[in-house]
Design a protein around this ligand. Structure first.
Ligand code: F6R
Length: 242
């Protein structure tokens, strides 16, 4: 696991956007694993800036998001699908049919998790997976205690995760209790992983990720077992690291 320390959120976002652009330009078929949440917002803005200025095309790019809430319709403003179109897809030339997220309102949710896993498995994992990290060390919505061999599955969100995400809803009550998430095993199939951590709220999770034992108490610690991971941390997130 390689650590790249940067000064602040802006530098972190510039690093991540450059990594994604390098990948997008590297081949005529590219798969990207994408994250939602606060951390990648600026990265996506920089991709949009690049698209406006340099017209980097995404016609050959296929995206697979980490997760989606269960019970939120795709077109609702709080869905992760809505977030992705708002923050990125509406502003670049990616074909709609190349965009993949789990369907949180599928009639048969177990079948849906299998469908999503099979699609990623067919690729033998995505080419580049972008990750954030939860304050409790979660990646995707794999909360502490999730076995490392889980593939895409339905997970119950921790109270602290629901609270952290309640900023996107009118009240905590509205935050779903469950989500479909790529599992740790799905994430580990990725050929390359870039994890972004910004702000002092992430400092303890980052400390555990690097220095704690590799255990599902801190799901992100499993990334130490993957051969191609870059962790990009700003000064505040890296403040507990050597
Ligand atoms: C989002 C996701 C989550 C977030 C994490 C950090 O798709 O899977 O693991 O990356 O909760 O969220 P922020 O960036 O809002 O601090």
């Amino acid at each position: 696991m390689k650590l790249v320390k940067v000064k602040n959120y802006e530098e972190l976002s510039a690093f991540a956007a450059e990594k994604i652009l390098e990948k997008v330009r590297s081949s005529n078929r590219v798969s990207l694993g994408l994250a939602t949440g606060g951390t990648p917002v600026r990265t996506y803005e920089l991709l949009i800036d690049d698209f406006k200025k340099r017209k980097t095309s995404y016609q050959h790019v296929h995206t697979y998001n980490l997760d989606e809430y269960v019970g939120i319709a795709a077109d609702a403003q709080t869905s992760y699908q809505y977030y992705m179109f708002e923050h990125l897809f509406n502003h670049i030339d990616i074909p709609k049919e190349n965009v993949h997220l789990p369907n949180g309102t599928a009639e048969n949710i177990l079948q849906e998790t299998q469908r999503y896993e099979d699609a990623i498995d067919k690729l033998k994992g995505v080419d580049l997976q972008l990750l954030g990290i939860g304050e409790n060390g979660h990646i995707g919505f794999n909360e502490p205690g999730t076995p490392f061999d889980r593939t895409t599955h339905v997970t119950e969100l921790e109270e602290s995760t629901r609270e952290a995400n309640s900023r996107y809803f009118n009240s905590l009550d509205e935050v779903p209790t469950h989500a479909i998430t790529m599992g740790i095993a799905t994430i580990l199939k990725s050929k390359e992983i870039v994890l972004l951590a910004s702000g002092e709220k992430k400092a303890e999770a980052l400390y555990q990720m690097f220095n704690g034992e590799i255990s599902n108490n801190c799901p992100a610690s499993v990334l130490r077992n993957h051969p191609n991971v870059i962790v990009v941390a700003d000064e505040q997130a890296a403040s507990k690291l050597e």
